[in-house]
Write a protein that binds this ligand. Structure first.
Ligand code: MTE
Length: 354
């Protein structure tokens, strides 16, 4: 499994980089996931990564540190429209929701994590102040615009959707998101008809994000992209909250993409810029590892990752309970998105990266 072995010069003990309680709960998670051995020595979205460059004096902690994973919801986050009405079209009848604590304690967010496979992002978010926040709209649009998050919430309106969430690392959650359809945001951007794709860029604030400060392998900001027909599909969602509350910082405050039929890494967090273009753009993980991550990245049990199977997933019920379940094509959303991908393999194929 290990691909790139890191030099020991940057290594610090995990317990130096995380609080004791976070450390212990993370150890439990990692043990259950069976990832402990691989993740500390590999680089990549699946199997953990290392940005390297961390120094023992700078584990990324700050004086304004949160007390726990639910203490990271910014006080000045807009609460317009809360509590949001549940949209009954988007529910997951076959499995229970993942606990709120698990969903906000076990995260992938490389702007914060500085080492190895750390999933305990929340203790590192103390310096990050997501608000006030605006989103720049550029490229092939009628007019350059800048949106305020609260204005978007008011303009488009918010709802709750319970969705399956599947990471390429083969863990999954079931999460009640709050937000608005991405199609509403795209319409507000007024793209020109010649735009074929839309790009998303995440916040890039090294002073507030220790993972960016210490990055050796990555070139931030994080960037992702979709085809226009994907971005305007009804399933594509912009989350501003989860579990009835605004998003915690580690889950992507102020707003993030939720694309339930794609692997989690397509769901860029803390989006600050949107750009419309007329050719397929590069994406963060594809640029880093083109042999492992493609542009489409649809959840597909028939296409194993080069280093592990995608046929099953470890579904989090809560911090202590994880169930192993089969992975579904398009993560169970074939009825909504299957028509977009006539070439998606429906039989087992090794060595295909899409
Ligand atoms: N967005 C940004 N800006 N930076 C990241 O590191 N990680 C991605 C995605 N969005 C990431 C990101 C990956 S790999 C996953 S699996 C999901 O966020 C994790 O979302 P969660 O932490 O809310 O579970």
């Amino acid at each position: 499994m290990a691909q790139i072995h890191l030099r020991p010069d940057w290594h610090i003990a995990e317990r130096d980089a995380t609080s004791q309680s976070a450390y212990h709960s993370r150890r439990r998670f990692i043990r259950k996931l069976g990832l402990g051995g691989i993740a500390a020595t590999t680089l990549g979205v699946g199997g953990g990564l290392a940005t390297g460059g961390i120094t023992t004096g700078d584990p990324g902690r700050s004086t304004g540190d949160p007390d726990g994973p639910l203490d990271t919801i910014p006080e000045n986050a807009p609460r317009t429209g809360l509590p949001a009405t549940r949209n009954a079209d988007y529910v997951v009848p076959e499995r229970p929701q993942t606990s709120r604590l698990a969903a906000s304690s076990y995260n992938n967010y490389y702007e914060f994590i500085s080492q190895g496979d750390l999933k305990t992002v929340w203790p590192l978010t103390g310096d990050y102040n997501p608000f006030p926040h605006t989103i720049e709209v550029r490229g092939l649009v009628e007019e350059k615009t800048t949106f305020d998050v609260d204005d978007l919430i008011r303009q488009i309106g918010i709802e709750e959707r319970i969705c399956r969430f599947r990471c390429v690392e083969a863990w999954s959650m079931t999460i009640p998101w709050i937000g608005f359809p991405l199609a509403g945001l795209i319409a507000a951007c007024k793209p020109l008809s010649k735009a074929t794709h839309v790009r998303f860029y995440s916040v890039d604030r090294p002073k507030e994000m220790p993972g960016i400060r210490n990055a050796r392998w990555f070139d931030f900001p994080y960037y992702e992209a979709l085809r226009m027909d994907e971005a305007t599909n009804e399933l594509a969602f912009v989350a501003t909250g989860m579990y009835g509350e605004p998003l915690p910082k580690q889950n992507g405050s102020p707003l993030r993409l939720v694309l339930p039929w794609k692997y989690g890494y397509k769901g860029a967090k803390a989006i600050s810029r949107i750009e419309f273009v007329d050719e397929q753009p590069p994406t963060f993980w594809q640029d880093l590892f083109p042999k492992e991550y493609g542009f489409l990245s649809n959840v597909n049990p028939n296409l194993p990752h080069p280093r592990w199977t995608q046929a099953q997933e470890r579904h989090f019920l809560d911090e202590d309970r994880i169930e192993r379940i089969p992975t579904q094509l398009f993560n169970g959303y074939a009825g909504l998105v299957g028509h977009l991908y006539p070439d998606e393999p429906t039989e087992f194929r090794r060595g295909v990266v899409r």
